[in-house]
Ligand binder design. Structure first.
Ligand SMILES: [Zn+2]
Length: 453
């Protein structure tokens, strides 16, 4: 016991040190950069000012015309400095991606940062060679900080993409494990786009004036980037951050919060345990099995989305109501430090990630549970070339986005939705439900096994 405590203390100290190092390393850099730029401008102004003062002194008693010239020169300098500052500002916004591009029409919805979009996902089962299969859960979360509402859109992983230009696979769930291969130039060592390719060769002129002409090769693309492209290119939703859970991370997370209470319609065996019907506290393995169910087929997954949301609602409720310090030290730290952390926008910066998650969960906890909705992406099961897919209904999706995911942006019209609709035969049932109606009281608690660290 004493040994345990010592170990824990040591771990806490190491963690604190690491976090402080991260914090200073993470925040100092950008500020320093900004200061350098400011200092640069300031020096330019002061040196020109002193130069002109010197000039003025020398030419004491000079004719009025010359003084006017000096004043004009100063004004000109001031204008130059102003332009410089504006240019730096512009480049900064551009680099941070705020300016967006033609394809992301709803980016303007992010006025004053009132809205944040998150992608939640769960990876497929890990295979023996380390790769994963089709993702097993994908949801888009729209958090309206001003209105204090959250709307979640569950996206079936079998949703048809129909966009070979941007994706090498046919479904949303397949993108992570098989991201689009990039056209690559080995000479220029960079990704090459269509306009720069002629007859399979890089058609640009190199710095030495000669044509590159290198044969274009294929390079493995980024899972994250390609997955985000589904939502930025096809759905016009600018995702701010993502939380993608390997299956082991999901199981650990549920166990670390003491399991989840869910209402079982019938007695069932989940993991190694057989549960009676009714509200039961289910452990990580059980929650995973319950959430996935008959997931392999498109119809099975669709049916399962309603079970899945019960599990997620329970898990979120537990995360939101866990004391901050406990959430930090007993839940998120062991999870993020472990072998299967949640994948986020800033992988590897564990301390920053944990802080962001604690803040997000804390903010969400202040939201009335009846103001959090969960819906299924509007669409239907459709067959194409002998395979089943989930086909989006573009007209209904457009309405759904405007009603639930685009509170302050210009209304979206269907031509911006770039996925392929296979069929649209009947009105979709979005099964919209509010968090408070989905949630059962979280009272049960499964003792954690002593094997963490
Ligand atoms: Zn090249």
């Amino acid at each position: 016991m004493a040994k345990d405590n010592r170990q824990k203390k040591r771990m806490k100290a190491a963690k604190k040190a690491a976090r402080e190092a991260k914090r200073s390393g993470g925040t100092v850099a950008p500020e320093a950069g900004a200061q350098v730029q400011l200092r640069g401008t300031r020096t330019a102004t002061s040196s020109s000012r002193s130069a002109s003062t010197r000039r003025k002194k020398k030419k004491n008693g000079a004719p009025v015309g010359k003084i006017i010239l000096v004043v004009l020169f100063l004004l000109f300098l001031a204008a130059l400095v102003w332009f410089g500052v504006m240019a730096v500002k512009y480049v900064k916004t551009y680099l941070s991606g705020d300016s967006g591009n033609g394809t992301t029409a709803v980016v303007t919805a992010k006025e004053n940062d009132n809205v944040a979009y998150y992608l939640l996902g769960m990876l497929g089962k890990e295979k023996e060679n380390g790769t994963t299969g089709r993702m097993q859960m994908v949801s888009v979360v729209c958090y309206d900080k001003k209105a204090k509402t959250v709307n979640v859109m569950q996206v079936p992983t079998g949703t048809y993409l129909g966009d070979p230009e941007h994706f090498d696979v046919k479904t949303v769930g397949g993108v992570w494990s098989t991201p689009k291969k990039l056209d690559w130039c080995e000479t220029c060592r960079k990704q090459v786009f269509e306009a720069e390719i002629t007859d399979g060769k890089h058609n640009v002129t190199l710095e030495n004036g000669k044509p590159c002409n290198t044969k274009i090769t294929k390079k493995t693309g980024s899972s994250v980037n390609n997955l985000l492209e589904v939502f930025t290119l096809q759905y016009t939703l600018p995702i701010d951050n993502y939380y993608i859970l390997p299956q082991e991370a999901f199981v650990k997370l549920v166990d670390l919060v003491g399991g989840v209470d869910i209402k079982l319609g019938e007695a069932m065996t989940l993991g190694d345990i057989t549960y009676d019907a009714g509200v039961q506290t289910v452990d990580g393995e059980g929650a995973l099995e319950y959430a996935l169910g008959d997931w392999e087929s498109v119809n099975g997954e669709l049916k399962n989305l309603t079970r899945q949301r019960q599990v997620y609602v329970a898990l979120f409720e537990r995360l939101m109501t866990t004391d901050k310090e406990k959430l930090d030290e007993d839940v998120l730290y062991p999870l993020m430090k472990g072998s299967t952390p949640i994948r986020t926008k800033r992988d590897n910066e564990i301390a920053d990630d944990i802080n962001l998650m604690i803040k997000l969960v804390g903010d969400l906890n202040k939201i009335d549970r009846s103001k959090i909705t969960v819906s299924i992406l509007p669409g239907e099961v459709a067959t194409l070339d002998g395979s089943n897919f989930y086909s989006v209904h573009k007209d209904e999706l457009c309405t759904f986005i405007n009603d639930y995911l685009n509170p302050y942006g210009t209304p979206l019209t269907t031509e911006y939705l770039k996925m392929t609709e296979i069929s649209n035969t009947e009105k979709a049932d979005l099964k919209t439900a509010t968090f408070d109606k989905l949630l059962v009281k979280q009272t049960g608690f499964i003792e954690e096994e002593e094997e963490e660290e």
